[in-house]
Design a protein around this ligand. Sequence first.
Ligand SMILES: [Zn+2]
Length: 313
Amino acid sequence: MARVARKAGEGVDRVGKILYIAGYGRSGSTLLSIMLGNHPGIVDVGEVAFLAGEWVDTRRTCACGQPYRSCPFWKDLPPGLLEPEQAALLRRVERARSLPRLLSNRISPEQGRAYRAVVSELCDYVLRRSSASILVDASKSARNATGRFLALARVAGQDVYVLHLVRNGLAVVESRAVTGSNLALQGIEHKTRFPALQATLGWVSTNLLVLLLARFVPTERYLRLRYEDLVAEPATTLRRIAGFAGFDPAPLLRRLEQGEGFRVGHEVGGNRLRHSGVVHLHRELPQAGARLNRAQRLLFTLLGGWLNRLFGY
Ligand SMILES: [Zn+2]
């Protein structure tokens, strides 16, 4: 179990867990992490793997609307913790290219020590500030965070529970191809020429990698969950997650029953939902892929149909 180091005089050591949402973007991770963050014992920090990059980009703000450096949650981060040097270190350990080194335990001792120090300082800060004992990290598994959940467990020695969130690939591709990527929508990234192809390949490869990496995680530390089940049966799904990660689901179930909605916290990254203040769960899902054209649907069926079937779609 990973101990959350606490300074002398601040009370007893507390055990902290990381509930890591793995998978591809546009799979509902923002919604799920915001919901979980409404539990008094859980803090949701969104795509925290990218905090160091966002910290230096003045166009990006915390979900509360404030620039990170003036956000009441993040502003007291230890100075020097998120310098470009640390951002580069996290990327070097967590990116897809480092997987062979990560899987064969060939991360150098110095790099391992430095990585462990940054991760534990950040986790300690988040858990102390929120008084929570479970940290939800919704960094997922694409781009530079492919190996993150494994690195957090193997290199940083954290207590990691992997929640692999999947969503019907047709709906994901539709969301990317028809609506555009989150970053492109915000004018930060250029639109791509073949968004459906890119999203199909991204959805297949990212989910495949998570399935592969899950083999290196103890069975009881990996849970695969379908976004559609969260939407259709939220109470049952939240109970399942609670049983998996070891918390009492009652506060979340009460909120669901009373239709109160789920408050957005101080999340990093994520989609436009995070700027809505309070999020409500809508139970109807449109038919997946209805807005894709025939060629885009065929492309997905050829490249990703088999994986969709494996996930039960
Ligand atoms: Zn904030």
